[in-house]
Ligand binder design. Sequence first.
Ligand code: PMP
Ligand code: GLN
Length: 396
Amino acid sequence: MPESSRARTATRLADIPPTIFAEMSALAVRTGALNLGQGFPDADGPPEVVAAVERALASGRNQYAPGRGVPELRRAVAAHQQRHYALELDPDTQVAVTTGATEGVAAAMLGLVEPGDEVVVLEPWYDSYPAMLQVAGGVARPVTLRAPDFRIDLDELRAAVTPRTRFVLLNSPHNPTGTVLTRTELEAVAALAIEHDLVVITDEVYEHLVFTGHEHVPIATLPGMAQRTLTISSVGKSFSFTGWKVGWVSGPPALVDAVVAAKQWLTFTSGAPLQPAVAVALDEHDDWPAALARDLQERRDLLCAGLAAAGLPAVSLPQGTYFATSDVSTLGWDDGDAFCRALPDRAGVVAVPTQGFYAAPDAPGAGRHLVRWAFCKQRDVISAAVERLAGADLTA
Ligand code: PMP
Ligand code: GLN
C-alpha cells in the first residue's frame, strides 16, 4: 500500500534514533544471545506483591484511578520518603503517580521547561532525557562524567550554568556509569541551584541499589533544596517489576502540579490495579530492595571478575545501579556500537553501547568506545555470558 507522503514522524522526534535498549533486546532475541543489554531483571519481585495485583484485579479496581494516583499509593510514597530520608510530604499535594519514571521525566519536561530554557544534565544520560527535552524545546547543557571514575567536574558544572539555565537534571545512582553522587558533589549542585535559583529534577530510580561503602543521598534532603527539587522514582528497579510501569514524583506542590498538568494529557491516569499493589510493596516489603542490593553486589563482583578474565575489565567498580562499563578500545575497537553489533556472532552475548548517551561521543573523555553490561540477571546467565566472552576472539 503506497503511504501518504505526509505519513511521517514529526521533525521534533524524527532525528532522534530509536531507543538502543529495545534495539539490543531485539538483537538478543533474534540471535539467541544472552542478554546483558537492557536493564531488566530476569526474576520477579516479591510474590506477595504480585498477589496484591491479583486481588486488586478481582476486587473491582479496574476503572480509572484518580489522576494523581490512588490515595494509598500516594500515602505509601510519602511514608517511604519519611522513613528513609526524613522528608515530610503531603500525599495529597506533594506526590503524584506516573506511568513509570519515564512518564515522570516526560511530564516534568513538558510541564516545566519553556522553549529555550537551558537544562544542565549529566552525560552519559538516560536516553529519554534529551528526547523529551527536545520535544519541550529545552536546550541540554551536558556535564560529562568521564572514565575511569565518572565523577562530576565541579568547575565544568559551574561553567555550564548561564543566565538561561533554569534546571539541573540529575540521576543518582547513575545509569549507565554506576556512579553514586557523593554528599560533596550534591552540595555543590545544591549551592549552584540556590545561587542561580534553579530547579533540580532528580531521577532516583536506583535509590535502593547502592553497594557497600556508598550511600544514596537524595538532593531534596540538603538544606534549602526540598523547596526546589522534583524527585522521580519508580517501582521498576527497587522491586524488580520493570514491566509494571508505575512511578511517582514528589516535591513542592507547584512542581508536582506542573507534572500533573502534563500527565493528565499524556495518560490521564496510570494502571489502577497495579497502584494498590505498589503501595503494598512500599508499606510491607521495605526490606526487599536492600536484600536485592546485597544480592546484586555479589552479581556485580561475578560479572566484573568475568569481564576482567575476558580482557574487558570494568572501567570502574559500580557503586550502585545494576550496570558495569567496559572500554572496548583495550581490544582494539574504537567504536562500542560496532563491537556490540558483532558480539552476538562472536560470543553469543548482548551488551549496550553507551555512545548514544553523549552529545558528542568523540569528545575527550566521552564514550565512543564504552559498552554497558547489566548484572541484574541470574548468576548462571552472568556466568555463562562471561564464559562465552572468555572463550571468544573479541579483538577488533
Ligand atoms: N530513569 C533511569 C535512569 C532508568 O534507568 C530507567 C529505566 N528503568 C528509567 C528512568 C525508567 O523507569 P521506568 O521503567 O519506571 O519508566
Ligand atoms: N532502564 C533500562 C536500561 O537502562 C531500560 C529501560 C528501557 O528499555 N527504556 O537498560
